[in-house]
Design a protein around this ligand. Structure first.
Ligand code: UD1
Length: 418
């Protein structure tokens, strides 16, 4: 099998137990945060994914030393002095933009290549820049890079028009070292914000209100290095839970902070799954013994509502439901790239602007399909498990941006891969 392709012969049932990998979206801003203070940081349960590799490239470009031992990552930021980063990492992934907040905080100057990431529509950074400007930063758009300066960062009252995850992170990072008090109104409430605040607090930051729409930060003179455990990835967990729904499976996922799942358990139950949550042990189990129920209407929305990152996997499941469903994408434009691929597998889905009409009743069959972005790729893999016959999926490099070893995970969940 070629490296960038995956072959799956279905249908197969997903059955078994799995320890879920560390969260991509939690780990990336923590890596950016390390540039706020000199020292030796240790991150446990850090996922081995290409987005983390790209962020580490940027940190090394700044002068950091990086050592990895499995899922433990040691980063020595004592030599980090370069504030002009040219590493190709930022161009490949969106999260590089959070370096703006941390580098302005400590180095007062930054230059990064324009951020990349999945091709899921326009992804402006106006809210990031506006928030940082309110703290005292000045930006200059150069041909291939974005440059920023901040002689002194001063706390401010910042109102976000939309609870952007990345903008909240960037402002939070910069505010930790700004003079005085910053209040972020309309902040994102995603679990990744809560874990970033937890990490920053271990570094000595004064933060309150994370997980709510109002975050208050009292700037401190300096921060210090810290050790932290990255929480497990709620989106990876959600992908496999939906995979179990689609394959009539029975799975138990370990090391999943159940409060990070938001409405997902309720939606899985609505699809017809039996769910059990063990909050104290951070575990969730799911058993699916009936046909998938349709969902009359569901829209993606900020946490704790249904995450845009699971929209394509849910769409794949609804294609097999016993009736029609309507799914609206309200966070990103151009996030229905999986639709033509699912159609090749027999799904009956029509899109109109941000609305997908999923007819249901599909008996999925294997096909040659192409992942065009990370989460859509994972959704196609789940669909392939449920489909009759052989699926050949191209574009695995997108999946590897966020799933550490999806083949290994599937094998642990009882799937036979050739
Ligand atoms: C993060 C996640 C991504 C997830 C998304 C929404 C990371 C690395 N990525 O992305 O997996 O899908 O949250 O939960 O954590 N927007 C603006 N201006 C801005 C910033 C955002 O208009 O300055 C818009 C975006 O175009 C989009 C919406 O706000 O329509 C949400 O974006 P945001 O919450 O910022 O997502 P990301 O942080 O990019």
């Amino acid at each position: 099998m070629e490296e960038d392709r995956l072959e799956i012969v279905g249908p197969q049932r997903m059955c078994g137990e799995l320890l879920v990998q560390g969260s991509k979206n939690a780990a990336l801003p923590m890596l950016a945060a390390m540039l706020l203070a000199e020292g030796v940081y240790i991150l446990h349960h850090c996922p081995q994914i290409t987005d983390v590799d790209h962020m580490l490239e940027l940190l090394m470009d700044a002068g950091c030393l990086v050592h990895r031992e499995g899922h433990m990552l040691i980063v020595d930021t004592r030599g980090a002095e370069r504030c002009r980063l040219s590493g190709s990492g930022a161009g490949k992934m969106r999260a590089g933009v959070t370096l703006l907040g941390s580098m302005l905080g400590r180095m007062h100057e930054v230059e990064i290549p324009y951020p990349g990431g999945c091709t899921i529509g326009r992804r402006p950074i106006d809210l990031h820049l506006k928030g940082l400007e309110q703290l005292g930063a000045v930006f200059e758009h150069r041909e291939h890079a974005l440059a920023g300066y901040a002689k002194d960062l001063r706390g401010a009252d910042i109102v976000l028009d939309f609870p952007s995850v990345g903008a909240t992170e960037n402002i939070l990072l910069a505010a930790t070292l700004a003079k005085g008090r910053t209040v972020i109104h309309g902040a994102a409430r995603e679990p990744e914000i809560t874990s970033l605040a937890g990490f920053l607090r271990k570094m000595g930051a004064h933060i309150e209100g994370e997980g709510t729409a109002e975050i208050r930060v009292e700037g401190v003179e300096r921060l210090h290095a810290a050790e932290y455990i990255v929480p497990s990835d709620r989106i990876v967990a959600g992908t496999y839970l939906l995979g179990a729904v689609m394959t009539g499976g029975e799975v138990r996922l370990l090391h999943v902070p159940t409060q990070h799942l938001g409405v997902l358990p309720r939606i899985l139950a609505q699809l017809g799954a039996e769910i059990a949550l063990w909050e104290e042990q951070d575990e969730i189990s799911l058993k699916m013994e009936r046909r998938i129920h349709p969902i009359p209407y569901l829209a993606t929305a900020p946490f704790p509502d249904f995450p845009t990152d699971l929209q394509s996997a849910l769409m794949a499941a609804l294609a097999m439901a016993s009736g029609p469903s309507f799914l609206e994408e309200k966070i990103f434009e151009a996030r229905f790239q999986v639709v033509p691929e699912l159609r090749k597998m027999g799904a009956r889905i029509y899109e109109e602007d941000s609305l997908a009409v999923i007819e249901g009743e599909a008996r999925l069959r294997g096909a040659q399909v192409e992942a065009r972005e990370l989460r859509g790729g994972a959704a196609l893999i789940m669909a392939a498990l449920a489909a009759e016959g052989k699926t050949v999926l191209g574009g695995m490099e997108f999946v590897k941006r966020g799933y550490e070893d999806i083949q290994g995970d599937l094998k642990k969940l009882g799937i036979v891969l050739h």
